[in-house]
Design a protein around this ligand. Structure first.
Ligand code: COA
Length: 390
């Protein structure tokens, strides 16, 4: 008979890497052999980019901006937007199908769904169960994560914790966004930007669109997904995380209206004021992001005894290329270790990091066994880093 025995349970001290916490809180033996805590290995990934590519020059037809300003201040050259028939759960489902294919995993093998997005199809329910239905999966637990640009890393920690605890063996983790619903312009303005109409914005429409110019030029629509599977053997898998959340400055990056602190939660006055469109203090967010992303990256590396040179890649959230260049410099990393895709897609919020993972694993920049650090900062404020052996 196979018997498990708890050798040691302390569980009072905190801190240290996840492996250290496990070792000092719970060690199991089975048939005299020590049982290792399962690791969550990323065994497949897939992405879906929204179909309509919009260049900076096209944006400048309906907003007071320029390709030069957007490119030099943010690194964005173009973004893709969803057509009206595509919602966040659709991009997520398309990405998830590709991820399952690449992992060689059947949808019926997934025993947990985690869906990160700040642009869900509905106020409720979240996108997790919509994805479950679109993929025709059994009624497994479905979590919705809403930590904005840090959403993927929060989701990764949740998926990893379920696998380490033995509560799930195969997890589908999705990050997807359709930001175009936030965009202030009219349908007619958008048609003009795309060259599908000859009617330019009125002076009032131009001014209204331009009020949000520092924000709307940054975002794009995409979905990306990974499949994680429990492994008790080898060194591959998620190694450690360090996540943070602090709400004191939430109003520096938030949607001020359309929430349940308002009665009713949405009305015509909020729409007229533009309270359904995010507000952002760009300089403040920039400073917070550079400070916290560099610090959290260092924390995770130091406590795992990893030098930056040992990393194959550092996948940074794609909010602004200058933020990432600052972190790259602070960590002393060469260009080839810090991939970007912000120039092609803009900021795709919860999808940026899995998109980078998907691109780098497909083209061979990341191969099994490579050490990869993921780092993000987002609204909330939230930030974190995860260390993974591919
Ligand atoms: N086109 C042209 N000019 C613009 C513009 C645009 N799209 N957006 C802002 N400007 C103007 C401003 O009005 C300002 O003009 P002024 O000097 O005449 O007042 C000038 O450019 C500088 O604005 P500022 O906001 O100081 O620019 P910046 O260098 O800080 O860059 C951001 C702005 C938004 C690109 C940058 O602050 C940023 O990326 N912040 C972080 C955003 C982020 O990470 N968001 C997602 C969170 S995860």
């Amino acid at each position: 008979m196979r018997r498990s025995k708890v050798l040691l349970v302390i569980g009072l001290r905190s801190g240290g890497t996840l492996d250290e916490v496990w070792n000092r809180t719970m060690r199991l033996t089975r048939g005299g052999r020590e049982v290792r805590m399962p690791r969550a290995v990323i065994i497949g990934s897939g992405s879906e980019i929204a179909p309509t590519r919009v260049t900076n020059d096209q944006m400048a037809r309906i907003i007071d901006t320029s390709d030069e300003w957007i490119r030099t201040r943010s690194g964005v050259e173009a973004r893709h937007f969803a057509t009206p028939d595509i919602a966040t759960s659709d991009l997520g489902a398309a990405a998830a199908r590709r991820a399952l294919d690449s992992a060689g995993v059947d949808k019926d093998e997934v025993d947990l769904v985690v869906f990160a997005t700040m642009t869900p199809d509905h106020f409720f329910p979240g996108c997790g169960t919509l994805l479950q239905d679109k993929l025709g999966m059994p009624p497994v637990p479905c979590f919705d994560v809403r930590q904005q640009c840090s959403g993927f890393l929060y989701g990764l920690q949740l998926a990893d914790a379920h696998i380490r605890a033995g509560m799930a063996r195969t997890v589908l983790l999705v990050g997807a966004e359709v930001h175009i619903g936030f965009m202030p312009w009219t349908r007619e303005n958008y048609a003009y930007a795309l060259g599908e109409s000859d009617v330019p914005p009125t002076k009032e429409e131009w001014e209204w669109n331009s009020r949000f110019r520092h924000l709307v030029v940054l975002f794009g629509d995409a979905g990306s997904a990974v499949v994680l599977r429990a492994s008790e053997e080898g060194e591959r898998g998620v190694i450690d995380h360090d996540l943070h959340g602090a709400g004191a400055d939430f109003d520096k990056l938030c949607v001020p209206g359309t929430g349940f602190k308002h009665r009713p939660y949405i009305d015509a006055e909020q729409l007229a004021r533009g309270d359904h469109i995010p507000v952002m203090d760009g300089r403040f967010v920039f400073k917070m992001a550079t400070t916290h992303m560099a610090a959290v990256a260092k924390t995770v590396l130091e406590r795992n005894g990893i030098a930056p040179e040992q990393l194959k890649m550092v996948l940074m959230h794609q909010a602004n290329k200058r933020i990432n260049e600052y972190c790259q410099k602070t960590l002393g990393l060469p260009d080839e270790k810090v991939p970007h895709n912000i120039h092609k897609y803009g900021n795709t919020t919860a999808a940026t990091i899995p998109l980078l993972w998907d691109e780098c694993t497909r083209d061979g920049r990341i191969t099994p066994g490579d050490l990869v650090l993921m780092v993000a900062f987002g609204a909330g404020m939230t930030w974190g880093a995860s260390l993974v052996r591919a």
